[in-house]
Design a protein around this ligand. Structure first.
Ligand code: NAD
Ligand code: TYD
Length: 351
């Protein structure tokens, strides 16, 4: 079936994997990628699909309500997969307001535009909002986040994502907008901006730079290979029930310090360095403010109802990921020049 689908934030980390999957798997769909190209957006992430006939890129800001309204009226999208966001917790601590603009107001602008163009016919239409497990707050040593867990965000990032989730549900409840939401755990894989733990540490090891571990490194994250997240998004977009929420996770919990040690060991081998060399770069630094102790997803619902499961074991995924960053030095060097250097200096200055 022919469909015109808007993917927002398609030039970012997860968005680029979602665009790639949809462009390659659905030749009948017209995929429109809308992205502002902030520091995190990079069209080089999509070089392999940019010439495909079913793909188009539009540069634009979801915060610009008039632009979004006009875009929807002109394009008459059948579906929206909304990933555009400010996504880094540390940046949200440094500048919370930007997160309110993009994550909250940007999302509401998209909801308004979809509500307007679909007002007379909602048949086959769908607004899919991509969110995070961080909206649920922090777990203790036991338990998992389910779809029933109450929202308890702690960082400005997670508060802005929680707010956007509430707006999406409110538009479903109040206006009958056909929406669906998913909340995913931490992703890793190719094309992730090196402000996030895994690419940052791979790059620092390569350059013999300190590895700044917040607090004692005891915080736990549940890591999912980004391609498996994109597969889950495909399944939910096509088969998820409207009005529902689906949690997506890797059943793959690691304390930061254990994960970092795995990366160090593998990097020593791959770079031909003596065992233990990279671990010497570990530097414990002042903890992140409001640092959530543990995230862990119960992904039973998506498994039982939609048949999705992660396809890759972590051991294989992290191997592939390290190899990708080592093979794509030019990509890394391009994104770590210019403004990145200013960010890095400001973020890690007090250590
Ligand atoms: P990212 O920061 O790599 O990419 C975000 C993209 O959005 C960039 O291409 C950026 O240019 C674009 N963007 C930002 N502001 C915009 C604006 N005002 N208008 C248009 N485009 C704008 O983020 P990511 O890690 O790929 O995350 C994508 C989505 O998935 C986010 O909504 C995030 O909350 C969610 N998520 C991320 C993770 C994770 O581990 N990274 C986990 C769960 C959920
Ligand atoms: P991050 O990749 O920023 O993802 P999130 O905060 O959304 O989970 O961080 C993952 C974990 O790694 C988190 O517990 C914070 C920690 N961390 C460090 O210890 N040092 C760092 O320099 C970074 C970026 C993260």
């Amino acid at each position: 079936m022919k469909k015109k689908i808007l993917i927002t934030g398609g030039a970012g980390f997860i968005g680029s994997h979602v665009v790639r999957l949809f462009v390659n798997n659905y030749p009948n769909y017209e995929i429109v990628n809308l992205d502002k190209l902030t520091y995190a957006g990079n069209l080089a992430n999509l070089a392999d699909v940019e010439d495909k006939p079913n793909y188009r890129f539009i540069k634009g800001d979801i915060v610009d309500a008039a632009f979004i309204q006009e875009l929807f009226e002109t394009e008459q999208f059948d579906g929206v997969i909304h990933l555009a966001a400010e996504s880094h917790v540390d940046r949200s601590i440094a500048n919370p307001t930007e997160f309110v603009f993009t994550n909250v107001i940007g999302t509401v602008n998209l909801l308004n535009a979809a509500k307007h163009i679909w007002k007379d016919n909602r048949e086959g239409k769908r607004f899919y909002h991509i969110s995070t497990d961080e909206v649920y707050g922090s777990l203790g040593k036991e338990g998992f986040f389910t779809e029933e867990t109450g929202y308890d965000p702690h960082s400005p990032y997670s508060a802005s994502k929680a707010s956007s989730d509430h707006f999406v549900r409110a538009y479903n409840d109040t206006f009958g907008l056909p929406t669906v939401i998913s909340n995913c755990s931490n992703n890793y894989g190719s094309f992730q901006f090196p402000e996030k733990l895994i690419p940052l540490f791979i790059n620092n090891i390569r350059n013999n730079k300190a590895l700044p571990v917040y607090g004692k490194g005891e915080n736990v994250r549940d890591w999912l290979w980004v391609v498996d997240h994109a597969r889950a998004i495909d399944v939910i977009f096509h088969k998820g029930e409207l009005g529902e929420t689906y949690n997506i996770g890797g059943f793959n919990e690691w304390t930061n310090i254990d994960l970092i040690k795995v990366i160090c060991k593998k990097m020593d081998k791959k770079l031909g360095r003596e065992a233990g060399t990279s671990e010497k770069l570990i530097t414990y630094v002042k903890d992140r403010a409001g640092h959530d102790l543990r995230y862990a997803i119960d992904a039973t619902k998506i498994k039982n109802e939609l048949g999705w499961e992660p396809s890759l074991q972590f051991e294989e995924g992290i191997e592939k990921t390290i190899d990708w960053y080592l093979a794509n030095e030019e990509w890394m060097n391009n994104v770590t020049s210019g403004d990145y250097l200013k960010y890095y200096e400001a973020q890690y200055q007090e250590r």
